[in-house]
Design a protein around this ligand. Structure first.
Ligand code: AMP
Length: 143
């Protein structure tokens, strides 16, 4: 598979507005700035999406998120919350196939971030919930 733009950023072949870097993780401003301070956090190792991580890499990448989130919050006192989003697969709006986590500061109810969140619970019986949970549970891999 051809190299993504994020691998070029990791290798410093193209610039980015870096906010955090260590041996494993890089974080930089998302060029779209859905809201001011919108930041991407990604592993330097190539993983295409969440299905590709092993537990150690996930633990390391996700362990950096709280401190980056706190730093983003200090950037503007108008920040009232933060959405954390990881798109996996084109259908789920992933457009760059090097895994990354969006940290999107929230300012007001009508700022530029939106998410549709339907409540379909009226369509499910307890038996249906149990069947779905059991089917997923039996596929959880051993550590
Ligand atoms: P996704 O749709 O979840 O794969 O998100 C990809 C994100 O990468 C989008 O929000 C883009 O704005 C962002 N993006 C693409 N190219 C760059 C770049 N050169 N620097 C920073 N962000 C970028």
């Amino acid at each position: 598979m051809s190299e993504t733009i994020f691998e070029k950023i990791i290798k410093k072949e193209i610039p980015a507005y870096v906010v955090y870097e260590d041996d494993v993780v890089l974080a930089f401003l998302d060029i779209s700035q859905v809201t001011p301070g919108h930041t991407l956090v990604l592993p330097k190792k190539h993983v295409a999406d969440i299905f590709d991580y092993d537990g150690d890499l996930a633990a390391t990448v996700f362990s950096r998120i709280p401190k980056i989130a706190r730093a983003i919050r200090t950037f503007d006192p108008a920040i009232k919350g933060l959405n954390i989003l990881c798109n996996n697969g084109a259908l789920a709006y992933q457009s760059v196939f090097h895994s990354h986590i969006h940290l999107i500061p929230r300012y007001t109810e009508d700022d530029s971030f939106g998410l549709k969140w339907a409540d379909n619970s009226a369509d499910y019986t307890p038996e249906q919930y149990e069947a779905i949970a059991a089917k997923i549970a039996e596929k959880i891999e051993e550590d």
